[in-house]
Design a binder for this molecule. Structure first.
Ligand SMILES: Cc1cc2nc3c(=O)[nH]c(=O)nc-3n(C[C@H](O)[C@H](O)[C@H](O)COP(=O)(O)O)c2cc1C
Length: 199
């Protein structure tokens, strides 16, 4: 093969890798690390009395930062709640912190988000949900427990945390070292036939 062709071949290979279409990366249900993680992740509602390492917090934030958003508008901000004072305030807005040592609060700014022209639907909450999902899955990949908490008083969050001015809180994630296993709903999922259809 000519040097030029070799060069083109290398470029194509590099391009393929960058585009994540490299056939060598393909997995099966048996080998997919993500599928295994999705099966093993559960809502953790009991945490050890131990800190989460700053390196783990940073890794979770990096996974969150990489999440896709509509038109790449990135209308999402994450607050990391760790201090006793902030945790006590947050505890006044929900009963579902489960004594976790750290909580990730995901909020979105509607005015920064993409809006669908056909019906005016604002994409901020969908974007925040994707960021939240990255937080949840990265925490699981680190062997940490987490739970998606949607049951909190958003008005109270805004009142107690003026730092969130202009944002809408979407989800809280208590995170810590797991001290309890899955709840009764884990693994209870509707059957494939009911969940997905072909048209
Ligand atoms: C949008 C959303 C809101 C949720 N809110 C709460 C909550 O406020 N408190 C809680 O303990 N769990 C909450 N959960 C966790 C669900 O109850 C849990 O994911 C579901 O029962 C399945 O269990 P699993 O995550 O262990 O598989 C929430 C989950 C989602 C996706």
């Amino acid at each position: 093969m000519s040097k030029f062709l070799q060069f083109l071949s290398d470029i194509t290979h590099i391009h393929h890798r960058a585009a994540f279409t490299d056939v060598k990366k393909r997995t099966t249900p048996e080998t997919s690390a993500f599928l295994k993680l999705a099966q093993e992740r559960y809502s953790c509602r009991s945490f050890a009395d131990a800190e989460v390492a700053q390196a783990d917090i940073d890794q979770i934030l990096e996974a969150a930062r990489l999440a896709p958003t509509a038109m790449n508008r990135q209308p999402v901000h994450v607050w990391v709640i760790k201090s006793k004072e902030a945790m006590e305030k947050l505890g006044k807005t929900t009963q579902y912190l489960y004594g976790a040592p750290v909580v990730f609060l995901v909020a979105c700014k509607k005015e920064d988000a993409w809006v669908r022209k056909y019906d005016g639907k604002n994409g901020a909450e969908v974007d925040a949900s994707i960021v939240g999902t990255h937080i949840m899955m990265e925490a699981a990949d680190l062997g940490l427990g987490s739970v998606w908490v949607g049951s909190f008083d958003p008005a109270k969050v805004l009142e107690l945390f003026p730092e969130l001015a202009g944002y809408e809180p979407v989800v809280l994630f208590p995170v810590g070292i797991p001290a309890g296993g899955p709840g009764i709903n884990h693994g209870k999922r509707i059957k494939k036939e009911k969940f997905a259809s072909e048209l």
